[in-house]
Design a protein around this ligand. Sequence first.
Ligand code: URA
Length: 190
Amino acid sequence: MDFASLKEECLACRRCGLCETRRHVVFGQGVEDAEVMFVGEGPGASEDEQGLPFVGRSGQLLDHYLEAVDLDRNKNIFIANIVKCRPPENRDPAPGEAAACLPWLRAQFKLLHPKIVVCLGRVAAQQLISPDFSVTKDHGKFFDKQGTLFMATRHPAALLRSPADKPESFGDFVALRDKINEVCLHTYEK
Ligand code: URA
């Protein structure tokens, strides 16, 4: 299976009820040889409209942090979500929706083999790192899971609501840059 076929199958997905209300499946965006992958919670209204992840206000903030550490969705990372269709009213994805959607993310991991996965917010961190993960307590720490490093940082939408947390979260991106320099071969070469 290559990325193009995976995307084609994913765009036709009807594995959970979110397919009834979505406008677009948000497969993800980035380069196919990314060593670093970011995973959010699920598309919001702007993402549902455009079919691309993190393109609303929180996406603008994310791009700003990424740029500060030389990361760019068009150059050296891949951005995806736990669920690929918008949960109505921006509610958290239901457990059954996340479970139905996770095989798509696993297939993306399998094709990309990222060295580092950054969870954006609680929902992604609890799905991918541990069910009782506290982003407030454990943001910025790296966890080795079978050779892949996982880290969580606050969701950019949470930073828009609580700007006082921005300096600490920026620190997570600086720690990420240092970790990339330690374990990744090509991220900053292009
Ligand atoms: N919030 C998310 O978690 N993901 C997106 O793609 C956009 C907003």
